[in-house]
Design a binder for this molecule. Sequence first.
Ligand SMILES: *Cc1c(COP(=O)(O)O)cnc(C)c1O
Length: 388
Amino acid sequence: MQRKWEAIQQNLMKRKDEALFRENKEAVSSQKPERVVNGKEVLSFNSNDYLGLAGDVRLREAMTKAALKYGVGSGASHLLGGHTDEHTALEEELADFLERDRVLLFSTGYMANLGIIQAMVGRKGDVFADRLNHASLVDAGVLARAKVHRYYHSDMQNLQQKLEQYDKGASFVVSDGVFSMDGDVANVSQLVAFAKNYEAWLMIDDAHGLGVLGETGGGTLEQVSLSQEDVPILMGTFGKAFGTFGAFVAGKTALIEYIQQYARSSIYTTAMPAALVAATRVSLDIVKKEHWRREKLQWLIESFRTGAAERGISLMVSNTPIQPVSVGSNQAAIEVSAELWEKGVYVSPIRPPTVPEGTARLRVALSALHEESHIEQLLECLERSVVK
Ligand SMILES: *Cc1c(COP(=O)(O)O)cnc(C)c1O
């Protein structure tokens, strides 16, 4: 046993040496731009709460009221008594919103991805995945014991070569809609064309597009008017723009019924609490109605990008609230992040394995609750730290 403990100690030391060690910081309020974190007042650019709903009073009230009615825990899995009328209502409202036949809720996005791919792809099935897809999609391929073919990021030619080479008629193409660490949007129209041509399933994980993109917040697919005929499997989460917690898959009735039969991460887990579902229903209503949140976000994004260009701060190509600032080395990412922190600006460094080696970055995430003065403060600090 002694040797096992030593191996653990050595590994931890190595991670610290390589500037890869990770730790939590501790906040004492809801998500909002100005927060107290680790006892310090900071201006935060870390949150995926893009529309500023995580702390919204209407969500808080809905959750409280539902907790008084339904209690806290759901007490069982969906199929064995944990499913309530709140769950049914959210599934129906979402299906309606996304113009898809049916929706199935999952407890988290990570679990949704595991369950969908494990249910849809047989052992040794071929999965074609963008290299920069979210880690949960990578893990899903492993769990399904599928053969995963990763194509270069958004390289449609590379995908086509792989489809030509490996497609055995049981293929499955999967991509993030908006890439979580880069902020760029997938070429979904081309993916649709390939999926039709090769008769492959197509799944889009729109965790970062839902609520943010599209006229009514319908996400990446609404923006390019793609239906369930084009993209049969749409997955989304509530933990980002919706400001709550949980996830879902949407599609035709037979597909959803099929996933419900076979997705082990849905069958063998406790249903999401009804109070959380009630809050998410209110959130969905706000996402649909309060278009100003998306407009303000777009305005902040443009303001940040223009300001960065003026100051020579190099950004990645992105029109979404995810605005990474490239810094390169892990050490540089940590140093710049620490310098900003000293000045009261909280932006997390993102390092491998979350992103490829040599592409460490500061992931600036904007929210509809930010103001122009916040953007100004961020830009000034970045100019002093990254433009040398
Ligand atoms: C956050 C995220 C997930 C996981 O969702 P959770 O509900 O947080 O588990 C899945 N896919 C993508 C692209 C994400 O960004």
